[in-house]
Design a protein around this ligand. Structure first.
Ligand SMILES: Cc1cc2nc3c(=O)[nH]c(=O)nc-3n(C[C@H](O)[C@H](O)[C@H](O)COP(=O)(O)O)c2cc1C
Length: 336
């Protein structure tokens, strides 16, 4: 796929008013991304992938799995983290040439707050080295024929809020779209996301701006669009156990329609489908990674705490499916 086609794919995915799934390490594996895409997310992202990790250990099973897509979800954004422009450009090239037209864009992570990451100058540490951040964007953009985007935060801490200048710098370096999470690195995931920071970035740049932070309902998605003027809404934690949020947000944004939430049976059926897809994708041992998802799917439902407790001891997909089938029967008997 050539550059024209690739940028069109990204432009389509980021059409004004779109709702997309945010990258979440340990959560947004291909099967979950496929489900969200079917539910209406117009773009999905891989979990963040270490460029250095790919460079030194290109055949690692984990990286290979992270670069495997669900047939339903392509094109997908591939998110890289790192701090060395040349090395990142080289790895981006390998990804794009290896995976061809399936890659919507290479997204550079400039928002991860984790100490292990920032102590290497990666993730949100790049907000303190804007020249290096720009060098990464321009090196990757020069190397690949798909668009390059970046995801960053409001700033490092309250004393160094620089999202607007940072956004302008990255746009000038060639970023095709920018995503802003309205928290500082220092906040991690605490406090309230500052949507005004998103609005200020939107007002300062010409490329599409994706807003991120605290969208937990269709109404939140609509109000983020209205209050910030951003082009696209990203949903991360709000999609955990709730991929229906994309369908609901689109109905509200596109048609002013409020859809009813999914029925309890539908939630359990989706958890079972998700588990089957995850095991088909990651093998039998991947079933333990389903535990947290099951907990999210059944949040607030009758008997959920008992199921959650049992799910944490489950080690086989047959056992998990039987537990969820039993739970579905329990709900039916209650007349849920
Ligand atoms: C468990 C978890 C993992 C995350 N992993 C990533 C990641 O790999 N890359 C990234 O850019 N952001 C990551 N984020 C940040 C989210 O994409 C998003 O910007 C942030 O959670 C705020 O949005 P929300 O309120 O919709 O969750 C992660 C967030 C969570 C909760």
């Amino acid at each position: 796929m050539g550059p024209m086609n690739s940028s069109t794919a990204l432009e389509r995915a980021l059409a004004p008013g779109s709702v997309i799934l945010g990258p979440m390490a340990g959560v947004t594996e291909a099967p979950f991304r496929g489900i969200c895409k079917r539910m209406g997310a117009s773009l999905t992202y891989t979990e963040m992938i270490s460029a250095k990790g790919l460079h030194y250990n290109p055949d690692a099973r984990v990286s290979r799995a992270m670069l495997t897509f669900d047939p339903d979800e392509t094109p997908c954004a591939v998110q890289l983290f790192g701090s060395e422009p040349d090395l990142m450009a080289e790895q981006a090239t390998r990804i794009v040439t290896g995976y061809g037209g399936d890659v919507a864009c290479i997204d550079i992570n400039m928002g991860c707050p984790v100490t292990k990451v920032v102590s290497n100058g990666e993730g949100s540490a790049l907000m303190r080295t804007p020249r290096l951040a720009a060098a990464i964007v321009s090196a990757v953009a020069a190397a690949v024929d798909v668009p390059v985007t970046a995801k960053f935060r409001k700033g490092w801490d309250d004393a160094s809020v620089n999202a607007v200048d940072f956004a302008r710098t990255l746009e000038a370096a060639g970023a095709a779209a920018l995503c802003v999470h309205g928290r500082t690195r220092q906040q991690f995931y605490h406090g309230v996301a500052d949507w005004d920071a998103i609005a200020r970035v939107k007002a300062a740049v010409g490329v599409p701006v994706i807003g991120s932070g605290d969208v937990f309902s269709a109404a939140d998605a609509k109000s983020m669009l209205e209050r910030t003027g951003c082009d696209v809404v990203m949903i991360a934690r709000g999609a955990q156990g709730n991929p229906w949020i994309f369908r609901e947000a689109r109905a509200l944004i596109e048609r002013g329609e409020s859809l009813p939430p999914p029925a309890q049976e539908e939630r359990v059926a989706m958890a079972r489908e998700h588990a089957r897809a995850l095991v088909a994708f990651g093998g039998e041992h991947a079933v333990t990674r389903m535990r947290k998802h099951v907990g999210w799917y059944i949040t607030g439902m009758p008997g959920a705490s008992r199921v959650r407790e049992r799910v944490n001891h489950i080690t086989s997909s047959v056992e998990l499916d039987a537990l969820l089938a039993e739970y579905a029967e329990y709900l039916e008997a209650r007349g849920a």
